[in-house]
Design a protein. Structure first.
Lengths: 215, 116, 536
């Protein structure tokens, strides 16, 4: 019977069917995430068009080095993630553990930089709702910019935290040598999630940090 | 998941491109290209997304073609939301109050239409 | 062919609370959902009853106006998110989908169970908001009232709705992946029962639309807590942006609520007319058509909001188009009925009622799609009547049809047919008495969401409230006789309706693994004339 195949769940006939279902399931879930972030992106687009001056002023207030650094950090984390997948494909336990740890480390660095940015904004009274004050002509509309900044980066950071949690789950399984070249779907699938969160940031970086920098 | 093991060299090449593109987009932001600034930024972001999706997420290598349908659907639906909302915002006219009702229309016997 | 049962039925396979609360079996999860949504239905019905009692008199002073506002808000929220949206998919779909495609379970059984727990947690949040005094914004949470000025429990409620949205998303993901990857050998897409096509289209909407609702609710909650200003006109915000985000989901949501019922119709009408379905491809593609075009029409809720007139015209035109696939279905069912041998069993009575009431609801939707007419009837009882014809006359009757049709499969028992027919007729009569007067009221100008009304509208309101009490009886009866049937109902065999479909080729109730061996499909669906010859 099918139970004798290691890791095959009872509802599936073959491992290939199971892997295909898991793979497609994650892609379908990522489509929902596109729509989730997309709703906020839509608002951002509308208000940037309506209040370009405020958005430019707000954007310039953000620290570009932090944004660029974070972008590079996430790109590196996607690289280490895909190397972890490669290690799972080739059955290298040490590689899996090492690259998963590296990815988690880089993810944590990202969150640390983000925490620094938020603290700075808080100190400068640029957090909407918590004593917001933006000097210059854009008091109200700059608050809209920062609202989207915090909503978008906050949601993104939440997804990063979940991602680090998922990586921890993978790390435990990798430590226990549970991944084989034939059966390592979880690494692939969680990798997809991690790359997606990276892609969201790839768009957030120019939209939030690079509005009208040259002025 | 694709059955094909992509080489680490390919991954490194993609990683290198992503780093270069990031530095490029940050640098271009300091040049005054007018309306091309956001165009360039988004174009570079789309290229980076494509690199991550095609190579890191194995879209280029997967044999499960339904993946493309799911990805396209997600992007298309987002485009739909943005396009229709956007079209509203840019084609609105200011709202002008309508002229007063004539006194002899058929609803004037109904209490809810009587002026207070 | 003997049906020797070697494995216990799913009801016998494990006893005790843990075996139910920790089950992975899609059939048990369906029953968990059934009990939950019935509970929510009666809670929502109580609020409806309170509304109708308040509206018996023009002064409408049963309760304070503020309290009345919480009544219609809670009624809408509970009925939409905790009854209609999950009803057919999470109950009938969960139970029947794997059986219909010849699978042992859904693709992700644990996620299926998780979706039920998420549903319950979301429900608890919303109920607790009710206990703390409710929310008075209407289920539509329009800003800036919901985000700034309302003094009710908005944040608690939106958290509940946000949570329950994930239940919907997970169910949709499960159904889509299952349909793509787990069909039995020989079950090609065009041999699938049309109920599966309907569930698939519903799942597309759940997956692509619900996340936008989630984002919207997050923004409303943040705005309310942090006074952001993104929906506040006095600070440069745009309330219409909220409405775009809200209705981008909430219009397709109404198709989530009706598409599964449309799917049930194809099953019941073929079975009880003993006929092949007329126009299989048309019905299958029209389900997809409704799902897709349904995403393009949301602005018809916003004709008077201040939205661009040009965009309004576009939405109006698209809203006319979306009626076409629905009409195609109705024509095909009529053609299926024509020349059939019609049995007036309870599922068929509900189905025939559905066709009539859904048609009325759909046609009145066209009135509303016309911008010029909508200007006058927007926010009146005309709209209320329109959507209740679809949601209650349509979706709920479709649910009842499906519940009665698959009851023998789910429980192994037959319900008492006489009582079933009686309840169906009472429901039909009570429904029309409740909601037809509301078309007239709306057309004459009675606004919705008002606790009071001008005295000339009282007669019609009293008729409507009287109808509601009859409708209530129509819904109470099935609870009684269906429960009765669990112990005293006649034992149903595998196929009491002599219907086609894989779900009828396994015992009633089915064993946990659904089939002794994975079925192989060689026939077209709804092959009624030849089917009779086979089993005689």
């Amino acid at each position: 019977m099918t139970e004798s195949i290691a890791g095959l769940e009872h509802q599936f006939e073959t491992l290939e069917q199971q892997h295909e279902a898991g793979w497609l399931g994650m892609w379908a879930f990522l489509a929902t995430e596109i729509m989730f972030f997309g709703g906020m992106f839509t608002g951002y687009v509308i208000y940037r068009w309506a209040y370009f001056g405020a958005f430019a002023a707000g954007s310039k207030d953000l620290e570009i080095w932090a944004g660029t650094l974070n972008t590079l950090v996430l790109i590196c984390s996607s690289f280490t993630m895909v190397l972890a997948v490669h290690a799972a494909e080739t059955g290298e336990r040490r590689g899996q553990i090492g690259f998963l740890l590296a990815t988690m480390f880089l993810g944590t660095v990202f969150l640390g930089v983000k925490g620094y940015e938020w603290t700075t904004l808080f100190r400068d009274h640029h957090v909407p709702g918590i004593g917001f004050h933006f000097s210059g002509p854009y008091q109200n509309t700059a608050q809209i910019f920062f609202s989207f900044y915090f909503a978008l980066t906050g949601m993104h950071a939440l997804h990063m935290v979940v991602g680090v949690g998922l990586l921890t789950f993978l790390l435990v399984k990798a430590w226990r040598a549970e991944f084989t070249p034939a059966h390592h779907a979880a690494v692939d699938i969680i990798g997809l999630y991690w790359h997606f969160v990276d892609i969201v940031w790839i768009f957030l970086f120019p939209l939030l940090y690079l509005v009208d920098r040259h002025r | 998941m694709s059955g094909v093991t992509v080489s680490r060299k390919t991954y490194a090449g993609v990683w290198g491109s992503l780093v270069v593109l990031t530095l490029l987009t940050a640098g271009i932001a300091y040049l005054d290209l007018g309306v091309l600034n956001p165009v360039a930024a988004i174009t570079i972001a789309v290229i980076k997304m494509a690199l991550v999706a095609l190579f890191f997420m194995h879209l280029r290598y997967t044999r499960i073609r339904l993946t493309y349908v799911f990805t396209a659907a997600g992007l298309l639906w987002l485009a739909l939301l943005m396009a229709f909302t956007w079209t509203d915002v840019i084609t609105r006219h200011p709202i002008v109050p309508p002229p007063p009702w004539p006194a002899n229309d058929v609803t004037s016997h109904m209490s809810i239409f009587k002026a207070k | 062919m003997s049906m020797v049962q070697t494995a216990p039925s799913y009801l016998e396979d494990g006893h005790g609370l843990a075996s139910w609360l920790l089950t992975r079996d899609h059939k048990r999860i369906a029953l968990l959902y059934l009990v939950s949504i019935i509970g929510f239905f009666f809670l929502g019905a109580i609020f409806a009853g309170l509304i109708r009692v308040n509206l018996l008199s023009p002064q409408g002073d049963l309760v304070r106006p503020q309290t009345y506002n919480t009544f219609f808000t809670m009624h809408g929220l509970i009925m939409i998110f905790f009854f209609l949206i999950p009803s057919i998919p999470a109950v009938l779909g969960n139970f029947v989908l794997p059986l219909m495609i010849g699978a042992r379970d859904l693709a992700f059984p644990k996620i299926n169970l998780l979706s039920w727990y998420i549903f319950i947690v979301g429900g608890l949040f919303t109920i607790s908001a009710g206990l703390f005094g409710g929310v008075d914004t209407g289920w539509t949470f329009y800003t800036p009232f919901s985000s700034i000025y309302s003094n009710s429990n908005v944040v608690l409620t939106v958290i509940g709705i946000f949570i329950v949205g994930f239940s919907s998303i997970l169910t949709g993901l499960n159904f889509i992946i299952t349909t793509h990857t787990m069909r039995a050998s020989g079950m090609t897409w065009f041999r699938l029962p049309l109920f599966i096509w309907a569930l698939y289209a519903t799942s597309l909407i759940m997956v692509l639309g619900t996340p936008v609702l989630a984002t919207t609710l997050v923004l409303v909650a943040l705005e309310r807590v942090f006074h952001l200003g993104i929906f506040d006109p006095s600070r440069g915000g745009d309330p219409i942006y909220f409405q775009h985000l809200f209705w981008f989901y909430s219009h397709p949501a109404v198709y989530i609520m009706i598409l599964p019922s449309l799917g049930v119709m194809s099953e019941t009408i073929t079975c009880f007319a003993r006929r092949r379905i007329f126009g299989y491809n048309a019905i299958a593609f029209s389900s997809l058509g409704i799902a897709v075009i349904g995403f393009l029409v949301w602005g018809h809720h916003m004709f008077v909001s201040g939205q661009s007139v040009y965009v309004g015209m576009m939405f109006s035109l698209l809203s006319f188009l979306v009626a076409i696939p629905s009409a195609i279905k109705v024509f095909n069912w009529m053609a299926t009925l024509y020349g059939g041998t019609i049995a007036f069993d309870t599922p068929m009575l509900y189905s025939l009622g559905f066709i009539g009431l859904f048609t009325v609801g759909g046609l009145t939707g066209l009135y509303l799609a016309a911008m010029g007419v909508d200007i006058h009837v927007h926010d009146t009882y005309f709209v209320v009547a329109h959507f209740h014809y679809i949601m209650v006359g349509g979706a709920v009757m479709g649910f009842m049809a499906g519940l009665h049709y698959w009851w023998p499969k789910i429980t192994g028992r037959l319900y008492p047919e006489v009582w079933g027919r009686l309840a169906a007729i009472i429901t039909f009569l009570g429904f029309n008495l409740t909601f037809f007067p509301q078309f007239i009221l709306g057309y004459l100008g009675m606004p919705r969401r008002y606790h009071m009304y001008p005295p000339e509208f009282q007669a019609l309101n009293v008729l409507s409230s009287a109808g509601a009490s009859i409708l209530g009886i129509g819904y109470l009866l099935p609870v009684i006789y269906l429960l009765w049937s669990l112990r005293r109902g006649q034992v149903a065999g595998p196929n009491p309706w002599r219907a086609t479909g894989l779900e009828w080729q396994t015992p009633s109730p089915p064993p946990t693994a659904n089939f002794e061996a994975p079925p192989v499909v060689r026939e077209e669906p709804y092959s009624y004339p030849t089917w009779e010859a086979q089993i005689d």
